[in-house]
Structure formats: C-alpha cells, structure tokens
Ligand binder design. Structure first.
Ligand SMILES: [Zn+2]
Length: 140
C-alpha cells in the first residue's frame, strides 16, 4: 500500500505547498479545520515521532515554527494551534508522522483541551501525588 504523504512528497500527487526544504514539506490539509490548516511532514517515511532522530525532530519543529510564522503573517492569523496525533489510539489516520498547524483568527477561541475534558478522578489523584521528580510507578 502506498503512503499518500510519500506520494505528495514525490510529487506524484499534487498538493498546495506552503513551504518546502530538503527534509520537510508543508502543504494545505484537504480537510481544513481552519483557514490555512497546514500539515508539516518530514520527507523520510516514519510513522511515529519517536522514530525520528533528534536532528530530524529539530528540523521538523524548526519548520513548524517557520510555517506558523508564515501563516500568521500571510493570512493575518492572530494565533495558532499545533497538533500531532501519534499512533492509532491517538487518532493518527495516515501512518506518516505529520504536525498540524491550525491558524486561528479573532479572540478567545477554544484550545485543544476542549477535545479532552478534565478527568476529575485523575485530577484528584494527580493533586495528591508526591511533588518533585516523579516516580512513574506512583502514577495513578
Ligand atoms: Zn510516507
């Protein structure tokens, strides 16, 4: 099965490119959630952020910043959200790591937290955890 993002990277599928350099391409999401919704994608095919080298992560997020700045300037966005769905359980649909940039306009929009209501039970447990560097075995 061919990876649709690799096809876009190889220009076998046309896309509306926002930015491109040696290691990264950024293009408009065809299912935009906001005006200028952009996907920033490393050119090397890996499914998870964890599989990228530290250098590749630096390059990817440097370009996320570049694109966010570009979208703010060119579209007059007043803010932006950045999202990365990593793994099927996190809602990742295309198994090629990608970062969403959603430019935002106007005042006081909802943040990504609105998709994840606070779990009150977990909240109480976290408040009662020992403070300082955590021991993961004590995590509720
Ligand atoms: Zn791919």
């Amino acid at each position: 099965m061919k990876c649709i993002f690799c096809e876009i990277i190889n220009k076998n599928i046309p896309s509306s490119i926002v930015y491109e350099d040696e290691g990264v391409i950024a293009f408009l999401d065809i299912n935009p959630r906001t005006r200028g919704h952009t996907l920033v994608v490393p050119k090397r095919h890996v499914s998870s952020l964890i599989e990228l080298s530290d250098e590749e992560v630096c390059e990817l997020f440097r370009d996320v910043k570049k694109c966010a700045e570009l979208l703010m300037k060119k579209l007059g966005a007043t803010g932006f959200n950045i999202g990365l769905n990593n793994g099927r359980s996190a809602g990742q649909l295309i198994e090629h790591v990608h970062v969403h940039i959603l430019p935002r306009y106007g005042d006081e929009g909802k943040g990504f937290e609105s998709a994840f209501p606070i779990d009150e039970e977990l909240s109480e447990k976290v408040k009662n955890m020992p403070k300082g560097l955590i021991d993961f075995s004590t995590l509720p």
